[in-house]
Design a binder for this molecule. Sequence first.
Ligand code: TXA
Ligand code: MG
Length: 334
Amino acid sequence: MLPLDDETAEYAAKLLRQGEVVAIPTETVYGLAANAFSQEAVAKIFAAKGRPQDNPLIVHIADLEDLTAVAPAAPQAAGLLAKAFWPGPLTLVLGKSPALAPGVSAGLATAGVRMPAHPGARGVIRKTGLPLAAPSANLSGRPSPTCAAHVLQDFAGKIPLILDGGPSIVGVESTVLALEDEPVVLRPGFVTAAEIAEVLQAPVRYSKTVTAPLAKGEAARSPGTKYRHYAPIADLSLIKGDFKAFCNWAKGHPNPGLWALCYTGEEKKLPMPALAYGSLGDSASQSAGLFAALRRLDEVGAQTVYVRWEAEDEKNLAVYNRLLRAAAFRVVQA
Ligand code: TXA
Ligand code: MG
């Protein structure tokens, strides 16, 4: 693990050109990067993460000129969205170039593409001179990493290099948008459907899998949505209601190894040990703190976790979506 600077970025680029896997910072979460044109390199990502083979990867580019090399026939809408949101936490699902390694798209005709806002990430991509496939740099099923130390927890001794570029500012993964027919958000992130609709001057909807599990036998448009994600070892439940309702409900449902995941400032007022993930009503602080808090719950040995949740709106939908998955969709109205 090395701090990201010009010299270490050069070293990373050399490893990446040789077909190695390198963990890099982005503004959303850390990514496990490899040459998106090399099937051998991409296969190393799947092996290191223990990732299901049918879950496609996002391709990262540093400059708009690089888009045609990965998505040669991107529609006009993609250009508008790139201008509005790149570099930044929006992934566009586009028709893929045959030059991409088949593993990147895991059998789909499309590839997810984004330009990360972290200047260090773009620096590594430019020095490598290749688009980089990069899923979140966690073992499959573990919470996504929002700092280099999280990556080290999962990959110490398993990959040659982790570049430390500081904490990920956004803290949840990018918004994934499919543009094929009607624009649909497959995964909510910092960029909202309303913001995308404003740029496209067209309606944009959320896939129903954003807040509901796939029906039995239903095919996933975004294969990543079908796996239990972000799962700490403990059993999580979302307890909906205000602070008083939460406390009353929790008192009536004692459990061994019980912890609360609450809002900042509530830790000491609760009848059980608690960790905060962000401030009530402040979706940015909740995004930034969520994954670190989930990892911390494992470290403290929590067995059952009651998560404070007041109400969802479009701004906190990304956090709600991650919590629902961490809780395997167990939600209680207190
Ligand atoms: O913010 C991010 O997007 C981070 C950083 C590292 O850039 N990356 C990330 O990658 O979250 P990953 O692999 O953890 O999540 C990729 C998501 C999955 O849900 C996957 O199914 C979806 O994007 N995806 C990728 N390519 C797709 C495609 N062609 N069609 C539909 N969904 C796709
Ligand atoms: Mg991931």
